[in-house]
Design a protein around this ligand. Structure first.
Ligand code: IMP
Length: 205
């Protein structure tokens, strides 16, 4: 059985404002106060894992250890079928040191042959870690395909080139609430919330 979170505050182990905002929105119904590794000035650990799950766990554990509080991390990325799952765990790095996602999206497009299979998926691993090094990990995924040129100004990262299966709008064109209802992050969060979180106010103590 998963360990349940019974506190009042969780630190989001991320310096990515887009991710922190999406996670804060997902946590809103749980009435949990949110901190972030960025706001606490915590260092970002090196992502040495070879899977989304490993990287999520190492980020949450590093943050929980440094903050002395329960920490929630997200490791996610875009997996393109014709590129053998790349950029995958290296999705942020494809934007270069400046995390330039116009560049990252162009690199993905240029890596694809003109007649390539354009199927892709966003994958997200969420890890909830305690300062005693206990960790719970949940993974979510959404399948879809890539479009070019990028469309829409919403969201972050690769959102403007990803259309979820069965849809016609990119994540970058969608209302945030529509993305949040179906995204890889929402899927992982649903499992995490069911296993580890209580909805609404927690009992005192
Ligand atoms: P991480 O911080 O190493 O997990 O980097 C994840 C990267 O994957 C982000 O910087 C984005 O480029 C990409 N990514 C993850 N989730 C999303 C999403 O919901 N939309 C668009 N891009 C995403």
């Amino acid at each position: 059985m998963a360990r349940r979170f019974r506190g009042a505050r969780i630190v989001v182990a991320s310096h990515n404002a887009g991710k922190v905002a999406e996670i804060a929105e997902l946590l809103a119904p749980c009435e949990i106060e949110i901190g972030s590794a960025g706001a606490l000035g915590l260092a970002e650990p090196e992502e040495t894992g070879t899977t989304f799950r490993e990287n999520a766990a190492l980020k949450a554990l590093a943050c929980a250890g440094a903050a002395g509080e329960v920490a929630l991390s997200d490791d996610s990325g875009l997996a393109v079928a014709a590129l053998g799952g790349a950029p995958g765990i290296h999705s942020a790095r494809w934007g270069g040191p400046g995390r330039d996602f116009a560049l990252a999206m162009r690199r993905v497009e240029e890596a694809l042959a003109p007649d390539a299979d354009r199927r892709a998926a966003f994958v997200c691993a969420l890890a909830l870690a305690w300062p005693d090094r206990h960790v719970e990990i949940f993974e979510g995924r959404i399948d879809g395909h890539l479009v070019w040129p990028p469309r829409g100004e919403r969201g972050f990262g690769y959102d403007p080139i990803f259309v979820p299966r069965g849809g016609s709008l990119t994540f970058g064109e969608m209302e945030p609430a529509t993305k949040h209802a179906i995204s890889h992050r929402a899927a992982a969060f649903r499992d995490l919330a069911a296993a580890c979180l209580a909805r609404g106010p927690r009992p005192a103590g």
